[in-house]
Design a protein around this ligand. Structure first.
Ligand SMILES: O=C(O)CCC(=O)C(=O)O
Ligand SMILES: [Fe+2]
Length: 725
């Protein structure tokens, strides 16, 4: 979409651009890196072969002349220039060499001392083409170089020479008498005659030097090819024009209140319109590449369009900010963003020092597609069973279940704005429009039904509804826990407050060293979650896999293993099994470790942990974001200890950091500990998490679920324990 008249409605916009690298550019980047490495190797060899002897001789000679040779100046022709030069055809190279004449390359420095004077003054230099002696060698043999030498000669010396000037006073000349016997002459202002010859080129085998030159040219040519391949791939293949227009079209409606127009800078004056950035909002460019440029334009009162900000995509940098005006600096959206951003930067810092590499913020370009689903229940205080229909706009709607007389639906998943019709005895009784703030919907008793109105069930509902209302008013979140509230009696670790923070240190049986609980996320910005590195040894991981691999079966959802009630899940495509800890002595030993890590006694673990669940995912399999809690009575999962039994795969917490999302790719033996409950007994809706689709290979994990109460057995029984909830 072209943005003709972008308007600025507010002083700030936050832009989020994520440079990505596709498979092909990855390959090209890899090839370029390899070519660079090879070129460096060849250059170094050439330098060792040709460079050092000359440098040494000049130094010796200069010293003999009473000149103090300061640092040689190998920077005179940059490495890039040198490479570029070698990549040129002969004609271009000649031109470049012409241009280079007079450029200092490598100097003789006299220590002049004296007051006010620079202590060191360049008194002579070697012309640029002489810098890489290997090249000199070649050039001197090439006829054209003689020409250059002759042209540039301003100083008489037998056989021609190349004269450089530095400060107009000093000269260094080189001349060629005969192949294999090239000479360099140095003179300084106080020297009447050119100094003695410095012979170079004899020490090294001429053939070798020629080869070095050829090799240099070859690797540099190759390097240049790779570089331009990547460059043209980026520009041509990653032309954002078409894609940007399509993306912008999809978003046009949502972005009506635009703050400014974002344009891809493709080198033309106007650039390419990408979209309008909402005022105080975030805009995501779905695909861009390192090196791409963007600009944000806005229009002032006179109708002049001006560029407000420019962004160049850099590797590893995902977020680009249009700074707000002074008066907007306290804006809530801005402050929240900055807080999140400081977490991103903190994590980047940890990554640079090699820490917490397994943890990343989710790319905003590709968030896991989680609709803001929420759970709710419908209570029916009619004397008849009723049916619930999702109102999809059709006359009947879509049947979604029934509710017994004086009964309650089991919790339903719905979305904000969805509507449900309740039909009792063929009559539309009510229609509920879903609001995430309200989780309890009621089919009221008939006004004439005094016994329903006076029933203990109805009284209890009213008490619960009041309590939920008060809770929400106080905390801003809905109450999803039990009635009456039943806070966990098993311990919860205090939450962290910055990412990677070692909030607790645990000494667990079976470990020689303590383990830190590293904060991943915390309420209220996300679930209470920690990473524990190296909890299990590789041997222990292998053991768990060995004892369970023959028992795996399809994952299912439902409360029994009976396939007439449970059904295979589309959201969970992995295979799994539960293994009792008494299966082997190794498993028993691991459970001692788990008890310590979870900070509970052995008895409590026995009573309130489920059997260890082992899960295997093959390539492409996943477990879509879900909760480990349920609202069923007694199934009060408090904590999940999720242990990676091998390298590979990841877990995502889509609601961490204000729904920005966090991904964790633990290594073998690492564990993630997170809580599904809040300390007050409410369920934590931010504990949403998923097993990310496995990109390659096999992912093995195991789950140990700890229930909320250690002083009583969790009310599951055998079948319920085997439920996938
Ligand atoms: O595989 C994962 O990363 C998550 C597994 C999980 O959430 C579960 O099994 O409940
Ligand atoms: Fe889970």
């Amino acid at each position: 979409m072209e943005i003709d008249r972008p308007r600025l409605l507010a002083g700030a916009a936050l832009v989020d651009l994520v440079p990505v690298v596709d498979g092909e550019s990855m390959r090209l980047v890899g090839e370029l890196a390899a070519a660079e490495q090879k070129a460096k190797l060849v250059h170094d060899q050439g330098e060792a072969l040709c460079g050092e002897p000359l440098r040494r001789k000049v130094a010796l000679r200069a010293r003999a002349e009473g000149l103090d040779v300061g640092t040689a100046r190998p920077g005179a022709r940059t490495a890039a220039q040198r490479r570029a030069r070698l990549g040129m055809g002969a004609a271009r190279r000649r031109e470049a060499d012409d241009d280079a004449v007079g450029q200092p390359a490598w100097g003789l420095v006299a220590d002049k001392g004296g007051e006010g004077a620079e202590p060191r003054e360049m008194v002579g230099n070697v012309e640029a083409p002489l810098f890489v002696p290997a090249v000199v060698h070649k050039l001197l043999f090439d006829g054209f170089q003689e020409q250059v030498i002759a042209d540039a000669t301003g100083h008489a010396s037998s056989g021609g020479g190349l004269v450089g000037k530095c400060g107009g006073a000093s000269q260094v000349s080189a001349h060629s008498d005969a192949p294999g016997g090239h000479a360099l002459r140095a003179s300084a202002p106080d020297l009447e005659e050119p100094a003695d010859e410095l012979v170079f080129g004899r020490d090294n085998d001429e053939q070798q030097q020629r080869r070095a030159v050829a090799d240099n040219a070859e690797v540099d040519g190759e390097l240049e090819k790779k570089r331009s391949a990547l460059e043209s791939y980026s520009l041509e293949k990653h032309d954002l024009t078409a894609q940007a227009r399509a993306a912008a079209a999809r978003r046009a409606l949502a972005l009506r209140r635009a703050a400014g127009g974002l344009r891809w800078d493709d080198g033309t004056d106007d650039g390419v319109g990408i979209g309008e950035i909402p005022a105080m909002g975030t805009f995501t460019v779905e695909q861009t590449y390192v090196g791409h440029k963007f600009k944000l334009v806005e229009e002032d009162a006179e109708g002049t369009v001006e560029v407000v900000s420019r962004f160049v995509m850099r590797q590893g940098k995902q977020t680009y900010v249009v700074e707000p005006l002074e008066e907007d600096r306290q804006n809530e959206a801005y402050l929240r963003f900055m807080e999140q951003n400081s977490m991103v930067e903190a994590l980047n810092m940890l990554h640079t020092s090699g820490k917490l590499r397994a943890v990343r913020f989710q790319s905003q370009a590709r968030p896991v597609n989680v609709r803001p689903a929420f759970g709710m229940v419908i209570k029916n205080f009619r004397r008849d069973p009723c049916n619930v229909f999702w109102d999809d706009g059709s006359p009947d709607g879509v049947f979604s279940g029934n509710i017994q007389a004086m009964g309650t639906t089991s919790s339903m998943t719905t979305y904000p704005g969805d509507a449900f019709k309740v039909i009792c005895k063929d009559e539309l009784v009510t229609r509920f429009v879903m609001d995430p703030k309200q989780r309890r919907y009621v089919v009221e008793p008939l006004p004439t039904d005094e016994s329903a109105l006076g029933s203990p069930e109805y009284a209890m509902h009213q008490r619960e509804a009041k309590l939920e209302e008060e809770y929400t008013a106080m905390s801003g979140i809905p109450w999803l826990g039990a009635h009456p509230p039943d806070p966990p009696s098993n311990p919860m670790y205090a939450a962290g407050s910055s990412i990677g923070q070692a909030v607790h240190t645990v000494n667990a049986r079976g470990l020689n060293e303590t383990r830190d609980l590293l904060a991943l996320s915390w309420n209220p910005v996300g679930p209470r979650a920690f990473l524990i590195e190296n909890l299990l040894t590789p041997e222990e991981c292998t053991h768990v896999i060995e004892v369970s691999k023959d028992k795996l079966h399809a994952s299912y959802i439902g409360v029994t293993e009976d396939s007439s009630q449970g059904f295979e899940s589309k959201t969970r495509t992995s295979k799994m099994t539960f293994i009792p800890r008494s299966t082997t002595k190794e498993l028993e030993a691991m459970h001692l470790k788990f008890a310590d890590i979870l900070n509970v006694s052995d008895e409590v673990l026995h009573r309130s942990a489920e059997e260890l669940q082992v899960v295997r995912y093959e390539q492409g399999q996943e477990y879509a974001p879900h909760y480990d809690f349920t609202r069923e009575k007694g199934l009060d999962r408090l904590a999940t200890l999720l242990i990676y039994l091998g390298d590979g795969g990841g877990t995502v917490f889509p609601r961490a950091f204000d729904d920005r999302g966090l991904t964790v790719h633990p290594k073998q033996g690492d564990a993630i500990l997170f809580y599904s409950m809040l300390p007050d007994g409410n369920l934590d809706e931010l504990s949403l998490h998923g097993g990310m689709p496995v990109a390659a290979g096999t992912k093995w994990v195991c789950n140990l679920w700890l229930h909320a109460h250690g002083d009583r057995p969790w009310n599951g029984g055998h079948e319920l324990q085997k439920a996938e909830l």
